[in-house]
Design a protein around this ligand. Structure first.
Ligand code: SF4
Ligand code: SF4
Length: 336
């Protein structure tokens, strides 16, 4: 008997994830190369914090109250923050599901876990413990915003696994951040996206948009056969099969549940503004997302608003933590 292998279905989200992961990795390497005069032409040498939309959230308090950016952040981070919020208002936290390199990294490590543990993967944490742990990231969010506002510095960088992931080879990453990255990497072998689920402050903030997003994931009960494949495919363990509309704070808008790789019934899990409005395809979500990102960056460059040059690169000022503004002439003590 000849067994014909099923052709692999094209995974658009994976392509987008690889693109953003590679871009951030190259920029990170380029910053170090540029310091030796061997930078890659036309590629940004910006600090990772200047390109992180959460940096925009962290610097907002300082910007509003003192008119200064927290060291290592810039207007670029604030612009990216605005673009991510706009997308979250439309489609939920697509940044988490499609763009965030740390989210993608955990997912890729998780593929090994899936091979090792099969159906047990992502079901090791007892439901009651999981429920309690999911509140942890809100505590982390409040803590990060408070210490940043009070100190006027990016104290979170000493714990930030995103920074550790792209800078571990430079010898400039704080030990707690490296240890946390190791924990997350090992944890991802058992639990899908453990950092996103339990600790990420940005994921906590973006998750709130699931309550007000315009385009929601809706399950058509007339065609659903309750096979639970959508629930099983969800990296965040959301019971999609028992909900008519997904509004969980944990949803990362990866749209795995709606994919025909997972739901066997066509036109059953739909992305719609209302039950009666036309459905939006995942390709359209991806096109809108990339257009908003690229258009927003190019547009703000054309308007002369965009700048990712941080004060460690020779401009701006910083708050010394005692409320005094001092000019930065030396390399930052918080290294990048
Ligand atoms: S929850 Fe945090 S780490 Fe996870 S994808 Fe979102 S921003 Fe990235
Ligand atoms: S509910 Fe669907 S879109 Fe949301 S995280 Fe789960 S699989 Fe992804």
């Amino acid at each position: 008997m000849v067994i014909i292998a099923k052709p692999k279905k094209f995974n658009l989200r994976l392509m987008v994830q690889i693109f953003f992961f590679t871009l951030i990795a190259l920029i990170s390497v380029n910053k170090t190369l540029a310091a030796t005069g061997m930078g890659i032409p036309f590629l940004s040498t910006a600090s990772l914090h200047a390109l992180c939309p959460f940096g925009g959230v962290e610097t907002l308090f300082s910007l509003v109250t003192t008119g200064l950016f927290i060291p290592k952040t810039q207007i670029s981070a604030v612009i990216l923050m605005g673009l991510v919020f706009l997308l979250a208002l439309l489609f939920g936290p697509v940044f988490c599901g499609w763009v965030c390199p740390l989210g993608a990294f955990q997912e890729w490590i998780g593929k090994i876990g899936k091979k090792l543990f099969k159906k047990r993967y992502n079901h090791f944490v007892p439901t009651k413990v999981d429920k309690v742990l999911r509140y942890l990231r809100y505590g982390v969010l409040v803590w990060v915003l408070t210490v940043t506002a009070v100190s006027g510095t990016l104290l979170f960088v000493n714990l930030d696994p995103y920074h550790a992931l792209f800078k571990f080879w430079t010898g400039t990453v704080a030990l707690p951040a490296l240890i946390l990255l190791v924990f997350i990497t090992i944890g991802s072998l058992f639990v899908e996206r453990p950092w996103c689920k339990y600790t990420c402050p940005y994921g906590a903030l973006l998750g709130l948009f699931n309550k007000i997003r315009i385009f929601k994931i809706r399950r058509k009960t007339e065609t659903c056969v309750s096979c639970q494949k959508c629930s099983r495919s969800c990296p965040m363990n959301i019971d999609v099969c028992r909900n008519e509309t997904v509004s969980s704070l944990s949803c990362i808008s990866c749209y795995e549940c709606t994919s025909d790789r997972n739901c066997p019934k066509a036109e059953t899990l739909l992305v719609q503004a209302t039950q009666k409005s036309p459905q939006v395809s995942i390709a359209v979500v991806a096109i809108v997302m990339l257009t908003v990102f690229i258009g927003g960056i190019v547009g703000s460059m054309a308007l002369g608003i965009w700048s990712s040059k941080t004060n460690d690169q020779g401009s701006g000022g910083k708050n010394n933590g005692n409320g005094q503004k001092i000019k930065v002439e030396m390399q930052e003590e918080v290294t990048d």
